[in-house]
Design a protein around this ligand. Structure first.
Ligand SMILES: C[S@@+](CC[C@H](N)C(=O)[O-])C[C@H]1O[C@@H](n2cnc3c(N)ncnc32)[C@H](O)[C@@H]1O
Length: 295
């Protein structure tokens, strides 16, 4: 496999996204001599090969389709998945707000279907490294296939480990730790040990109870700046003549994001120093309790 072409004329093996006038979409991979069947007739791959992106091809029955290479965000939402993926709107937030920079050493858990892995790999570039950890072998296999499909090959700066990140993580000096798993608070100790001073831990959590527990565990540790939590709502717009208005439907909830920065060794956050209410910790909470906090 080679890295996929991202521009220039369509070549053999390229993925093409065909869109009809009603917005129906098909992703196909170009093979000389092959035809793609639609309800509106056959499309010859040879009519696309060698052509620039943005052409209109017609089926044998004369129905038009636009042809472009699929964009990353278009690809990840339609790729095979085992675990639920991080959606593009949240992946974009993670790249921006967790400040994933070229050359960064990033660890993520779990890899799930590999959606976030591809955004992280793009953002760290060839100089950086992404270590992905996934508990389930079948999910890891899906992630591997998806990442290789999108990147065109197994990226040299990517490692995928099957196992519990808390037991198998080998990286010792990490700039960013991204947690998309059901119990991110169980990785706070790992974040304390492995994040460099100034490094960022970022969790993606679906529920308020997870959000609260993660934040309180970070606060209780004291080795992180005051956590910042937010969510992103994206509303598409309908644009037709004078009917320019928000779409009636939107994806109301995906997850909450939280970030916090690692303090230098021996330094404690000067952020909020209020003691959490007694109920802030569940009965099975085993992590550290708030220490050295002012009343
Ligand atoms: C929601 S999925 C991750 C989706 C992924 N971020 C994506 O964009 O495709 C959560 C994953 O975390 C994995 N997981 C849960 N606990 C873990 C742990 N301690 N170590 C490694 N992976 C873990 C689960 O098996 C699951 O596949």
């Amino acid at each position: 496999m080679t890295s996929p072409r991202r521009s220039g004329p369509f070549g053999e093996g390229d993925w093409v996204r065909l869109t009809d006038p009603k917005g129906r979409r098909h992703n196909i991979q170009l093979v000389p001599g092959r035809e793609f069947s639609t309800k509106k007739g056959q499309i010859r791959h040879d009519d696309i090969l060698g052509q620039p992106e943005g052409i209109v091809v017609e089926t044998a029955l004369g129905h038009p389709y636009q042809a472009f290479r699929p964009l990353l965000f278009e690809y990840v939402v339609s790729m095979p998945r085992g675990a639920a993926i991080i959606y593009p709107k949240d992946a974009a937030q993670i790249v921006a707000m967790a400040d994933i920079f070229p050359g960064a050493r990033v660890v993520e858990a779990g890899a799930g279907s590999g959606s976030l892995s591809t955004y992280l790999l793009r953002a760290v570039g060839a100089e950086g490294h992404v270590g992905s950890y996934e508990l389930r072998e079948d999910f890891a296999e899906t992630a591997r296939r998806n990442v290789e499909q999108i990147m065109g090959e197994a990226p040299a700066n990517w490692s995928l480990t099957i196992g519990d990140v808390r037991e198998t993580m080998t990286e010792t000096e990490v700039d960013r730790l991204i947690l998309d798993m059901v119990d991110p608070w169980s990785c706070v100790e790992l974040a304390v040990e492995r994040l460099v001073p100034g490094g960022i831990v970022c969790a993606y959590v679906a529920t308020t109870t997870q959000l609260s527990r993660f934040v309180e565990t970070l606060r209780a540790d004291g080795g992180f700046t005051e956590p910042h939590a937010w969510e992103t709502l994206v509303r598409d717009w309908h644009l037709e003549g004078l009917a320019v208005r928000p779409d009636h439907k939107m994806n109301g909830h995906t997850a909450f994001l939280v970030t916090a920065r690692r303090m230098a060794p021996g330094h404690r956050s000067i952020g909020k120093s209020r003691r959490p209410a007694p109920g802030a910790y569940g009965p099975d909470y085993l992590g550290p309790r708030p220490v050295d906090l002012d009343d």
